[in-house]
Design a protein around this ligand. Structure first.
Ligand SMILES: *Cc1c(COP(=O)(O)O)cnc(C)c1O
Length: 433
C-alpha cells in the first residue's frame, strides 16, 4: 500500500546539515545534492537488491542503482562473496594480477570494437585518456562532442556537458581555460549536417568524434536511425576516429553495449560503471593498432596506482558473469518496458504531457509532448513539474534520479511487484501534481 504520511527524515537532515560544513555542498558529487529538484537529499544507510534504505529506515525502490553499476541488483550475494574471498588476498597489488586478464578477456569478447583494453579507475579517467589517445594517434587536436553528452569532468569535455552541469545550469565551469576548450567543437545530437559542416570548416584538424551512442546525461535520448552509421562514414572519410563513450551504455543496452545493439563499430570505446560492479573502474579500448600507442607499449603516457586492483576486477568479473546468464537482457528489457509504458499511461490518465521510452535496462520520462531527440528538446520538459513529481515519488518510497537530465536504470533485482508499487505511487503523485 502507498503510505500517505510524510516521510520522516530527521536523521538524513541532521547528517546532511553536518555534511555541508565538511564537504562542498555536503556531497562528493554534485547531482546527489538534489539542487534541481529542491528539498534535502536522503542519506543512505544500506542497499540490497532493488532497494535502498535511508538512515531513518525508510525503504525506496531504487531506479538509480548507484548511477548504473548495480545492474544485477545492489549487494548481489555472489558479488559480495567473490569480494570477500578476494579481500583475503589483499586489496591492491600495484603489480600485475591474473584477474586483470580475466576481465580484459571478458571485455574484449563482449565489445565488438575492443581488441585491447586499459583499465583505469573511473569513467572520467577513461574519457580523459581516450582523448589523449585520439590526439596522439591522429596528430590532430580538435574533437567534436555533442550538446548534452557527458564525458566526465575533464577540462576539455566541460562544454555543453549535460548531466550535473546541465542540472545546475552552468554553461561551462570556471577554472577551465578557454585555451583548453578551444579545440572542443560541439554539435547538436542527432544532427549529421552540423557534424559535416564542422569537418568542412576544419579540414585535417579534427582527431575524432566522441558521443554517448544512447544518451543518458540529458535525460534519455535514442540515436535517430542512420545517425551512428552516418558518423561512422563521416569520420572514416575524414581520417578521424569515432569514439563511443559507453561508460553508461556498456553492458546495459546489451551485453556488447550500444555498438552491438546498433551494429556500428567505433574505433575506440570507453567503459565504466557496470564493469566495476560497484567498485571504482573505468576502461578504454579499441583496435590493437591504436591501443599499442599507449605506454609502455607505445609513447602515449597514462598510468594509475590503483588501476586493475584485484577487488575492482573481482566485482567486475562476477557482475559480467551474472549478466552472461541466459535470459538476463530479455528480463531487463521486459521489466523496463513495463515500467515506462506504465508511467506514460499514468501520465496520460492524469492529464500530463509526457514522452519517454527505454532501450533494454535504461529509460527516461520527460514532461513534454516530445519527441526528444536532442538536448534542446530535453530542455522543453517542464522542470518544475518534474521536481514536484520527484519529491512526490520520494515521499512514496521511489527513488528516481534527482534531475530531469538523467536517465533511469533498471536491475535484475526489480520485480513485477516493484513495478506495480511504482505505478501505484506514480498514479497518486501525478493525480495531485
Ligand atoms: C558516468 C559517466 C562518465 C563519468 O564516469 P565517472 O566514473 O563518474 O567518472 C562518463 N561518460 C558517461 C557517458 C557517463 O555516463
Amino acid at each position: 500500500m502507498v503510505s500517505t504520511t510524510p516521510l520522516k527524515t530527521t536523521k538524513s537532515q541532521e547528517i546532511f546539515n553536518a555534511a555541508q560544513s565538511l564537504m562542498p555542498g555536503g556531497v562528493n558529487s554534485p547531482v546527489r545534492a538534489f539542487k534541481s529538484v529542491g528539498g534535502q537529499p536522503i542519506v543512505f544507510d544500506r542497499v540490497k537488491g532493488a532497494y535502498a534504505w535511508d538512515v531513518d529506515n525508510n525503504r525506496y525502490v531504487d531506479y538509480i542503482g548507484t548511477w548504473g553499476p548495480a545492474i544485477c541488483g545492489h549487494a548481489h550475494p555472489e558479488v559480495l562473496s567473490a569480494l570477500a574471498a578476494a579481500l583475503e588476498k589483499g586489496t591492491s597489488f600495484g603489480a600485475p594480477c591474473a584477474l586483470e586478464n580475466v576481465l580484459a578477456e571478458m571485455v574484449i569478447d563482449a565489445v565488438p570494437s575492443i581488441e585491447m583494453v586499459r583499465f583505469v579507475n573511473s569513467g572520467t579517467e577513461a574519457c580523459m585518456a581516450v582523448l589523449r589517445l585520439m590526439r596522439a594517434y591522429t596528430g590532430r587536436n580538435k574533437i567534436i562532442k555533442f550538446e548534452g553528452c557527458y564525458h566526465g569532468h575533464a577540462d576539455m569535455f566541460l562544454v555543453k556537458a549535460g548531466s550535473g552541469v546541465a542540472t545546475l545550469g552552468l554553461p561551462d565551469s570556471p577554472g577551465v581555460p578557454k585555451s583548453t576548450t578551444a579545440d572542443t567543437l560541439t554539435a547538436p545530437y542527432n544532427n549529421l549536417e552540423a557534424v559535416k559542416a564542422l569537418f568542412k570548416q576544419h579540414p585535417g584538424e579534427i582527431s575524432g568524434v566522441i558521443l554517448e551512442p544512447v544518451v543518458g546525461n540529458s535525460g534519455f535520448i535514442i540515436p535517430d536511425g542512420g545517425f551512428l552509421e552516418g558518423l561512422r562514414e563521416i569520420t572514416q572519410e575524414n581520417g578521424a576516429l569515432l569514439v563511443f563513450d559507453e561508460v553508461m551504455t556498456g553492458f546495459r543496452i546489451s551485453y556488447g553495449g550500444a555498438q552491438a545493439k546498433f551494429n556500428v563499430t567505433p574505433d575506440l570505446t570507453t567503459l565504466g560503471k557496470i564493469i566495476g560492479g560497484g567498485l571504482p573502474v573505468g576502461a578504454y579500448g579499441g583496435r590493437k593498432e591504436i591501443m599499442e600507442m599507449v605506454a609502455p607499449a607505445g609513447p602515449m603516457y597514462q598510468a594509475g596506482t590503483l588501476s586493475g586492483n584485484p577487488l575492482a576486477m573481482t566485482a567486475g568479473i562476477k557482475t559480467l558473469e551474472i549478466l552472461q546468464r541466459s535470459g538476463t537482457y530479455e528480463q531487463l528489457e521486459a521489466i523496463t518496458h513495463k515500467l515506462i509504458t506504465g508511467l506514460l499511461a499514468v501520465a496520460k490518465e492524469t492529464g500530463h504531457a509526457a514522452c519517454g521510452g527505454n532501450l533494454s535496462a535504461m529509460f527516461g520520462l520527460f514532461f513534454t509532448e516530445g519527441p526528444v531527440n536532442s538536448y534542446d528538446d530535453a530542455k522543453q520538459s517542464d522542470l518544475e513539474k518534474f521536481s514536484r513529481f520527484h519529491r512526490g515519488m520520494l515521499e512514496q518510497g521511489v527513488y528516481l534520479a534527482p534531475s530531469q537530465f538523467e536517465a533511469g536504470f533498471m536491475s535484475l533485482a526489480h520485480t513485477e511487484e516493484d513495478i506495480e508499487f511504482t505505478l501505484t505511487a506514480a498514479r497518486k503523485v501525478m493525480s495531485e501534481l
